[in-house]
Design a protein around this ligand. Structure first.
Ligand SMILES: Nc1ncnc2c1ncn2[C@@H]1O[C@H](COP(=O)(O)OP(=O)(O)OP(=O)(O)O)[C@@H](O)[C@H]1O
Ligand SMILES: [Mg+2]
Length: 321
């Protein structure tokens, strides 16, 4: 089967900054793909190029075997749905009114509008001004608009960022429903759980490059020998923190580390178990010497966050996970 998206050596430069440094993608129809990466990784830039909103500096981008040329624009726009990272609605229109505006652009029926309002659970908000919607409701409205014309390929840029767990769950339910209808979905996120729970295939990206790709199991198996050690402490002064950083940096060839100050934990991701006991004993001694009060130690197989930390030295999300 022909891929629905095919990207070869895609690069994007803004003045002297390379936001994308050679991306290759090959996505079969019906796949739910997550593009997972931290702030500034290049997710939005990648999506906007796929959506035809930005031009690549180099490389080839094909959707449905076609490039974004003037002749293909109308065809491609009918085939895709977009949910941008930030959507601004016209404040003084209600949910239904704004849906009607888009229905006339896409030439879809009134009954389809009501069907989508229903599907996105916006029935009791259909006469509410968009300015009075909550963050989660706005996201659902953006999703509703993006699927109005029944696109085959859907791009969703961080649809759940900033939402509370309940609102996030609501969006996930809708996305799982789309998944069942065999649409191809490309979603960006920096939530590991989102990529894990929804997608068939995951691209981990950092600083404009793909650092790992595969199904969740493929990625985890590839790094299956890794081990994560998490030391929990109760408090840490600034001087202790500075010393700790110096100590951790000295052992960089043994592991990647991350300090989660907010959650009061130190994570070490090791490439193998060979020196595990030695490292544990060593580090307990070192941390004690630093007068850090340790109260728990976890040892576990790596998750996607840990793989990402190992590969890039940074965490998917800044402070907590
Ligand atoms: N128009 C632009 N001009 C200059 N630099 C840009 C432009 N758009 C993006 N960048 C830079 O390119 C990099 C990637 O940005 P992008 O918005 O694609 O990241 P992202 O992965 O979507 O991040 P986030 O999770 O914060 O949305 C960033 O360093 C950003 O500052
Ligand atoms: Mg973005």
């Amino acid at each position: 089967m022909n891929p629905i998206i095919e990207v070869k050596n895609l690069k994007k430069r803004f003045k002297d900054f390379w936001a994308l440094k050679g991306i290759d993608l090959e996505i079969p129809p019906g796949t739910f793909v997550s593009v997972l990466g931290p702030n500034g990784a290049g997710k939005t830039t990648l999506l906007e190029i796929l959506e035809g909103l930005q031009k690549p500096t180099e490389g080839v981008v094909k959707l449905f075997q076609r490039e974004w040329t003037k002749e293909n624009e109308k065809f491609l726009k009918q085939k895709i749905g977009l949910c941008l990272q930030e959507t601004r609605f016209i404040d003084k229109l209600t949910v239904r009114e704004i849906m009607m505006v888009f229905s006339s652009i896409y030439d879809v029926s009134k009954s389809r509008v009501d069907e989508v309002i229903d599907l996105l659970n916006l029935n009791d908000k259909k006469n509410t001004y968009t300015e009075n919607l909550s963050g989660g409701q706005k996201q659902r409205l953006a999703l509703a608009i993006s699927i109005l014309h029944e696109p085959e390929l859907l791009f969703l840029d961080e649809p759940t960022t900033g939402l509370d767990p309940e609102a996030r769950k609501n969006i996930w339910d809708v996305l799982l429903y789309f998944k069942k209808t065999n649409k191809t979905i490309i979603l960006t996120t920096h939530y590991m759980e989102e990529a894990q729970n929804l997608s068939d295939y995951i691209y981990l990206i950092n600083r404009g490059k793909i650092v790992a790709k595969g199904t969740l199991n493929q990625i985890l198996q590839q790094y299956g020998k890794f081990v994560s050690l998490v030391f929990h402490y109760d408090q840490m002064a600034l001087s202790q923190k500075q010393k700790l950083h110096r100590l951790l940096q000295k052992d960089q060839e043994l592991f990647q580390f991350q300090l989660f100050e907010h959650e009061k934990k130190i994570k070490l991701v090791l490439k193998e178990t060979k020196q595990l006991m030695e490292i544990i004993e060593n580090w307990i001694a070192k941390l004690k010497k630093l007068r850090l009060n340790l109260y728990d130690l976890e040892i576990h197989r790596p998750n996607l966050n840990d793989v990402f930390l190992y590969l890039t030295g940074t965490n998917l999300k800044q402070e907590s996970e």
